[in-house]
Design a protein. Sequence first.
Length: 157
Amino acid sequence: MHILIVADHAWINGGQSKVAIESALGLVARGHRVTYFASVGPADERLAEAGIETVCLGQYDVNTAPSWLRFLPQYMWNREAAVSLAQVIAAMDPSDSAVHVHAFAKAVSPSVGPVLAKSPVPVVYTMHEFFIVCPNGGFYDYQSAQICHRKPLSASC
């Protein structure tokens, strides 16, 4: 089976990318073909060593962009990520492939959502955080230092 892993980072900078990279390595060790797609590099050397094709766009993320103003278009709608991801998916065999999304909120952006929704290849999304329904990603009210019980994405949110 060909598995495409999508993440913001191609190197370990925290839990999301560690899980994504380690799962890629584990899948290859079990005999699967793996492609790793990320916006931010450099790529973990173990990916290439394991024979994993890596598509890394060489972009910045929300924490490393030298100019927030120049980064904002990528953060809001990363057209390059959407186009590149669509090309990778188009080359996959839908009958023997799957896409596993680990992260998009820090660099890849929501632009990949429509690409994934139209994908003929089955898609799985592991929610390492909750940015898809919570603006701060954690269902936590940092100002009051307690769990947030507001309705996600409501006016009070």
